[in-house]
Design a protein around this ligand. Structure first.
Ligand SMILES: *[C@@H]1O[C@H](CO)[C@@H](O)[C@H](O)[C@H]1NC(C)=O
Ligand SMILES: *[C@@H]1O[C@H](CO)[C@@H](O)[C@H](O)[C@H]1NC(C)=O
Ligand SMILES: [Cu+2]
Length: 142
């Protein structure tokens, strides 16, 4: 019984979960869902379903809008531009490396998508919420 309990306690730590996110659903400037809580080792699979967008880490202040090529680190990420051509829906898979909050936005349009709220949060906190990050991005200067 004790052995079984120990095994069960270990399972959440060793089973990586994939978190699917749809990019630009219905042609919108959106990530669906717009925030994900994930453990290191988990993956986030971004599926790009319309137009030509990115998911790129930026900083919480939202002052970097658009985010820079390569994204803001440490442990940042940048899908690069993934245009939807025909029926192809390209994917970007990011493996979560830490428990820190990360904030991302689309870098298309010289900052216009980021400022329109095409924003995403990985592991937001009570102090650094998705809503506050999104507001920061919307009011950032080009
Ligand atoms: C996607 O957007 C980028 C940046 O604006 C541009 O360089 C690239 O040519 C676009 N790709 C397509 C297929 O439209
Ligand atoms: C966020 O971006 C602004 C503007 O570039 C910069 O001054 C600030 O240092 C950045 N903060 C972090 C934590 O990267
Ligand atoms: Cu975009």
């Amino acid at each position: 019984m004790l052995f079984k309990a120990v095994l069960l306690a270990l399972i959440p730590a060793i089973v990586a979960v994939d978190h699917p996110v749809t990019v630009a659903q219905g042609g919108g400037l959106t990530f669906t869902p717009n925030q994900v809580v994930a453990d290191p080792g988990d993956t986030i699979t971004f599926t790009f379903v319309s137009k030509n967008h990115t998911v790129t880490t930026t900083n919480f202040s939202g002052a970097v809008c658009p985010p820079p090529d390569g994204g803001v680190g440490p442990n940042g990420f940048d899908s690069g531009f993934l245009p939807v051509v025909g029926t192809d829906t390209p994917q970007f898979v990011f493996t979560v490396v830490d428990t820190e909050p990360h904030f991302a936005a689309c870098k298309q349009g010289g900052g216009t998508h980021c400022q329109a709220g095409m924003t995403f949060a990985l592991n937001p906190t009570e102090e650094m919420t998705f809503a506050e990050f999104d507001a920061n991005a919307r009011k950032s200067q080009l």
